[in-house]
Design a protein around this ligand. Sequence first.
Ligand code: KIV
Ligand code: ZN
Length: 387
Amino acid sequence: MSSNKVYIFDTTLRDGEQVPGCQLNTKEKVQVARALEELGVDIIEAGFPVSSPGDFDSVVAISKAVSNPVICALTRAVKADIDCAVNALQYAKRKRIHTGIGSSDIHIQHKFNSSREKILEQAVDAVKYAKQYVEDIEFYAEDAGRADLRFLAQMVEAVIDAGATVVNIPDTTGYCLPEQYGAKIKFLAEHVNNIHKAVISCHCHNDLGLATANSIAGVVNGARQIECTINGIGERAGNTSLEEVVMILQAHKNLHLTTGVNSKKIYSTSQLVSRLMNMQVQANKAIVGKNAFSHSSGIHQDGFLKNRDTYEVINPADVGVDQSLIVLTARSGRAALKHRIGELGYKVSKEELNTIYQRFLEMADTLKQVENKDLQQLMEEFKNVEA
Ligand code: KIV
Ligand code: ZN
């Protein structure tokens, strides 16, 4: 039975950074890499060195700046890419080459104009070539989500024989349903003869909003690495988001799966990436969105104020968020209003609260959100009328 530890492979600086308009310079990438090290990720995919001199320099700089996580560089199954990656990783204390090729017939025919046999040969050759320079080799079977399962199994077995230590099964187009992706991983775990020599990795895209669910299905079925990005950024609809998978595994203890991530650093890392990439986190984003711990409807506020567990499955402090918020809107109830005016230092009777609540609703219908200053004004007017 494989261990309970799920390795967190962060690809914010590679797949995440492919988002148009979000490119970072080397200094900024080093800043993010240091934050990822603090966060406790196991592997940082630092870039695709052959893609540009800037990316090459960033992999070199990150290799020098960071010592705990493994530093990984992406290549195609091409010798020149691998040479370049070996060079870029020369200062890394712990290094990994991530090489691979398409595995679905769509990719084999339309992207490579090739055949399964030739692709298999190229995959094996690339792994053998990279293995001469670096011990830790991860192989990606691009578009594995749509690949023929028997061919995928054949490819995985061949690259492990050639020396791959991690086999990445990407759902490159975000196509799979969780049960399909989980079944794919289970099949590989059970039918590839040498699979015990490698870690199976999940790399899921979010085109249908299923990246996180698919990654969880993957680890439940035997994978032990998740490739993810901060805030779920990445190509098109993005990648699996790191904060989601980490908190799912933390919240669902019955899965008996753990990560080495210090969840208390999640929010600050999310803010850093958002700021440097100039990419706002959507307000309703799970875990790190502005509204992730905000309660605005009267029913929820009443329950939350009685016991937070009624409407929160994780404690905001666990991800480094100071506190949950009670947002006052026209949908809020008396319990939340009483709580807030209490925080502002006013004590009111039940009858007074009824009157104040009616005035509050009139105010809330005209404002989107009632802030403390608005409430203070309302309370002062109320006191003057009552006096
Ligand atoms: O989505 C994908 O298939 C990738 C590979 C290069 C790992 O990003
Ligand atoms: Zn990807």
